[in-house]
Design a protein around this ligand. Structure first.
Ligand code: OGA
Ligand code: ZN
Ligand code: ZN
Length: 373
């Protein structure tokens, strides 16, 4: 049922309203005038704002308020350069903009038991609205989806990314091959194990989404390992809140350099929101540089880092699975740590094709699919 405004009154610098049975809301006068969505304040077609801060008198006041027939709040404002201004605020708008609703989809932390209910989806279902919604919901909640039955074609990884956003090209190319090659310039392009990490913490912005498409996996070994950063942060908060605080506040320098580039970025390993849940994790031993930290703070940093690292090795948190040809895993690179076990390049071949995409496009696709107003 649509909410309705049940009462409204004007103060000097505020408007007080009550919605159905909710508590009384105290709305700041300038804030409310600034939010007006009439055709003069917001373009009716593009929905973008036309009003600029200088257009509204700093001492704007509500002259009168009323509840209209639809249950919306109507306000007549003290005159600006164009005379008195009338605004209408639907009750649903008032409710949405005065509650602490998250702007991003809710997340659910997971551990090793996710293996028993792996978020698997058949690639062909992405063509249906229900399949697309299932993908976006699972990706938003878990930060990870495995697509199966993906066409065995080079470049398919980029076409999958483009269903939701745009490929983020980097110095590794628009797409990159992960395979063991002679004279590898990168540990990833050998057959050794890759410890859990997030990719490219040395980049600004860090790629938000990573896609890996398996084209060949006949070599012995090479299973994939993933750990959820949301769960890591929850465990740290419960078991070692001091370590969480150190990792949240200590800038860590990351760097990648080769003959063509020198990428550097300094930021804390953990970024949390105001409620204390994880926003981003940057975890990559291979690209860390010496910290510029006073010696007396290094003990605390190393202890906290070691604590987080020990959690990533807890078998109860590690999701282990094998990518087979036709599998494509899509994951949130600022949430999910990923790695692989060593493989034996003598026993067969292993070839993944990867690319990056920006996370905001995936969040946007989720909102569009849910028809958020
Ligand atoms: C990488 C990587 C995973 C794999 O190249 O950064 O994490 O399974 N590869 O080879
Ligand atoms: Zn207006
Ligand atoms: Zn990686």
């Amino acid at each position: 049922m649509n909410p309705r405004v049940t009462s409204a009154s004007a103060g000097d610098r505020a408007v007080r309203v009550r919605l159905d049975d909710g508590p009384e809301l105290q709305l700041h006068a300038f804030w409310l005038r600034d939010a007006c969505a009439c055709a003069r304040c917001r373009h009716p077609k593009t929905r973008q704002r036309l009003v600029e801060i200088a257009d509204i008198p700093p001492d704007v006041r509500p002259l009168s308020v009323a509840v209209d027939a639809a249950g919306a709040l109507a306000v007549t404002w003290s005159p600006d350069a164009h005379g008195p201004h009338e605004s209408v605020y639907p009750a649903a708008w008032l409710r949405a903009h005065t509650s602490a609703a998250p702007v991003s989809p809710p997340r659910t932390g997971w551990d090793a038991t996710l293996a028993r209910r792996m978020p698997d989806l058949d690639h062909a279902t992405l063509d249906t609205p229900a399949g697309r919604l299932a993908f976006l919901d699972a990706f938003a909640a878990l930060g990870l989806v495995r697509l199966r039955g993906v066409p065995h074609e080079r470049g398919e990884v980029a076409r999958t990314a483009e269903r939701f956003g745009h490929v983020r090209a980097t110095n590794y190319g628009r797409i990159f091959d992960v395979a063991s090659v002679p004279d590898a310039t990168h540990l990833a392009y050998t057959d050794v194990a890759l410890a859990l990490h997030t990719d490219n913490p040395y980049r600004d912005p860090v790629p938000g989404v990573q896609l890996l498409h398996c084209l060949e996996s006949s070599a012995r070994g090479g299973d994939s390992v993933m750990v959820d950063g949301v769960t890591l942060a929850e465990r740290l908060r419960a078991e070692a809140p001091d370590a969480l605080e150190v990792l949240r506040t200590t800038p860590v320098p990351f760097r990648y350099r080769d003959a063509t580039c020198d990428l550097r970025r300094e930021h804390p390993m953990l970024r949390l929101d105001a409620a204390g849940t994880l926003v981003a994790i940057h975890f990559n031993d291979r690209s860390m540089e010496p910290l510029r930290l006073a010696p007396e703070r290094l003990d605390a940093f190393y202890a906290a880092f070691r604590r987080l690292d020990a959690l990533t090795r807890d078998p109860a948190l590690r999701l282990v699975f094998r990518l087979e040809p036709g599998d494509l895993v899509v994951f949130d690179n600022e949430r999910i740590l990923h790695g692989r076990e060593a493989f034996d390049g003598q026993t067969g071949r292993r070839l993944l094709q990867g690319c990056y995409a920006d996370r905001d496009a995936f969040d946007s696709a989720w909102r569009m699919a849910h028809d958020e107003s």
